[in-house]
Design a protein around this ligand. Structure first.
Ligand SMILES: C[S@@+](CC[C@H](N)C(=O)[O-])C[C@H]1O[C@@H](n2cnc3c(N)ncnc32)[C@H](O)[C@@H]1O
Length: 225
């Protein structure tokens, strides 16, 4: 008998309408030209790097899923094996934290080309909001993480609107946190930790009380057993 594939274990949470995008063309076209820009402001990035500093121990083997030319990892901590994935090879090539990378459209194919229980941490920053099949990705991330490994999904309140599925486009920040959490729990993840925090821009704007991009994160750990 053929072994069960992961897709047979995916529990759907979203409806077909939830998954629709304003721009339904191939996502690879949208990301064909590299964007060497920051998608998130300095306050957000500093908070994210600090979270990684607290949660990702030195030596951890990491997958930065849906990444670009920056991974936001703390410079002073050594991670010997950081695998990158994204949609633009030039951006990934320019990312100094990556040891290797691959390009794959996750809205076409959700199977991650990594062994079961092969990484300690999976990072998704400003990426989940573009997933049309988040349930299958959540199941795959659970498969490739080692027991005790962590998933950190971070996002703010901005997006490329035409590329975000309707459920994200029409949801509030709180809806986004709860939706990521529901999708994970439906695939067998334990209840995740949710963070929702304001940020301050670094430098004078921050000292004067300026507001940065709000910081949201969903943090989940694969059970040990
Ligand atoms: C706003 S950027 C964020 C990049 C990076 N994580 C960062 O923090 O700067 C969104 C990223 O999501 C990824 N992405 C979007 N749609 C995708 C798709 N259909 N399949 C795979 N990756 C996708 C691309 O790698 C893109 O760079």
């Amino acid at each position: 008998m053929a072994p069960l594939s992961y897709t047979s274990m995916v529990v759907q949470v979203l409806t077909g309408a939830d998954r629709r995008k304003l721009d339904g063309s191939d996502d690879a076209l949208f990301y064909a030209a590299p964007r060497f820009v920051h998608h998130l402001d300095g306050g957000f990035r500093a908070r994210l790097t600090d979270l990684y500093r607290q949660r990702l121990p030195e030596g951890a083997q990491l997958l930065d899923l849906m990444t670009s030319w920056v991974s936001h990892l703390p410079e002073e901590i050594r991670y010997p094996n950081v695998i990158g994935h994204g949609l633009n090879a030039e951006e990934l090539q320019a990312n100094a934290r990556l040891n290797r990378f691959w390009v794959q459209n996750l809205n076409r194919d959700q199977t991650l080309p990594l062994e079961a229980a092969s990484v300690d941490g999976v990072l998704i920053t400003a990426g989940w909001q573009y997933l049309q099949q988040p349930e299958a990705i959540a199941a795959e991330v659970l498969r490739i993480l080692r027991p005790g490994g962590q998933l950190i999904v971070a996002f703010s309140n901005r997006m490329f609107s035409q590329k975000a599925p309707r459920v994200w486009l029409e949801g509030t920040d709180q809806d986004h946190l709860l939706m990521v959490s529901r999708v994970l729990v439906a695939q067998g993840w334990p209840q995740p930790e949710l963070l929702a925090e304001p940020t301050r821009p670094p430098g004078p704007m921050g000292w004067l009380g300026g507001q940065g991009d709000p910081f949201f994160a969903v943090i989940a750990a694969k059970p040990m057993a």
